[in-house]
Design a protein around this ligand. Sequence first.
Ligand code: GLA
Length: 390
Amino acid sequence: MFELSTLYAAFERYFGHPPTRIARAPGRVNLIGEHTDYNDGFVFPMALDRATYVAARPRADRIVRVFSVKFREEDQFNLDQIVRDEQRQWVNYIRGVAKGLLARDLPLRGADLLIDSDVPAGSGLSSSAALEVAVGYTFQLLNNINLLGEELALLAQGAEHSFVGVKCGIMDQLIAALGEAGHALLIDCRDLSYRPVPIPAHVRVVVCDSGVRHRLAGSEYNQRRAGCEEAVRLLKPVLGKIQALRDVRLTDLAEYGHLLPPDLLPLARHVVSENERTLAAADALAAGDVVKMGQLMVESHHSLRDDYRVSVPELDTLVELALAAPGCYGSRMTGGGFGGSTVSLVAADRVDEFVAAMIAGYAIRTGRTMQPLVCTAGAGVSCVYASEEE
Ligand code: GLA
């Protein structure tokens, strides 16, 4: 758990006055439903008990000063002239969110912001969505703006599209905004409705970071998304009113798959089958059937590896090791892929043995050091400190 007093003191040291608000937004791990969100499909993530924190104080002018504890760097911009920074990616998340609020005609004052996080960056746990949502919420608090969780998520996603250049879906921002402690959320990414499903007490969710980071992950991601949109365009003439791969069935692909070029058919097959698996997984977990849930996770991994082609050998190794380790019901890569982490469902009373087996196995197979994270489902964005002064 993050020490709020440390954050408070760091703010005071850096800016010379205390913060008036501290907000936090969590990272996430997706249990199943990968690369389905931008196809109007279903996802099943849970928020983590790790978060990005923003300590803040309003200013009397139009300047936003941001200090990142992680990067040991400051950014400064004027609310009337917000532009993308070509050199430093992290500042674009904050600038993009501020710009999005102003574009909605919401009045903003300048602010001093200090940001820190215990969500590991680059490991597929959505540290960027946590940052966007935490910053968006902080601006809300400082300016007495009321946005619904869904609106905040869409604002954060918009910042990522226009300022960061990744055409991500809505899953990460939505779970960062709406996550519920002790639960995963089955989210319908078409209408943003969701159903909380409790994580059974006799299992643990364990994240293993491969340590691999792929430089081209962003462009590969955008290509997959474009491929899905192209598949919909090609299937429309025969399937009529479809808007997204969400509206396509496996039987449709069996009948009309020949209309898709050889590289697009497997993409569509992944998305269509993953939607079915995700719905089945939420039902299985709700019924406490963790064996079924585990099987669906493994099928999801194979589909992501073979059809969607977003896995890497290190993620495949982690899944293989997990399935051979004590107490494991199922395992798969989680998040966008091209590196990052796996998620495994493990019997609570075997989790220590599981963790030890993963550390040893990964070191032997790859020479890499890896520390698994045993996760608890945390709550969505919240204000964790408010001073008396405005
Ligand atoms: C990234 C994106 C999400 C989602 C996943 C893949 O995390 O930000 O919107 O598409 O990849 O499921």
